[in-house]
Design a protein around this ligand. Structure first.
Ligand code: SF4
Ligand code: SF4
Length: 121
């Protein structure tokens, strides 16, 4: 059951989770060319080993520990995490399109600072 990154990562994207992930399943990394343009980071659902290390590392509580625990307001971003692949431009674009739609359709959440969004999920 993979962990899921949600919208407090948008505007934060500090890669604290990347630094603690033991299997390098969170992308894009800072050194990947896609990093600058990525709106948020994504967890590869098949590579995540559910260790939980990323959750306390995230300064804005953006990471949920399962699909079930991901709140309704963030369910669309499950798909973004599932389709993102650093090596595939089409998959990157598909994930980013989902995130752009999320931003457009969740203006209330996006108006909050990232550190306050999780409490409003
Ligand atoms: S739960 Fe563990 S393996 Fe999965 S993304 Fe977080 S740190 Fe990486
Ligand atoms: S630690 Fe949280 S805010 Fe930072 S990149 Fe990871 S998910 Fe995004």
């Amino acid at each position: 059951m993979p962990f899921v990154i949600t919208d407090p990562c948008i505007g934060t994207k500090d890669t604290a989770c990347v630094d603690v992930c033991p299997v390098d399943c969170i992308h894009p990394r800072k050194e990947e060319p896609e990093f600058q343009s990525a709106t948020m980071l994504y967890i590869h659902p098949e590579e995540c080993i559910d260790c939980g290390a990323c959750v306390p590392a995230c300064p804005v509580s953006a990471i949920y520990d399962s699909l079930e625990s991901t709140p309704n307001s963030q369910k669309d971003l499950i798909e973004a995490n599932f389709v993102y692949r650093s090596s595939d431009p089409e998959n990157r674009e598909a994930a980013e399109d989902i995130v752009k739609r999320h931003i457009e359709t969740h203006a209330d959440l996006m108006a909050l600072p990232p550190s306050e969004r999780m409490a409003a999920h």
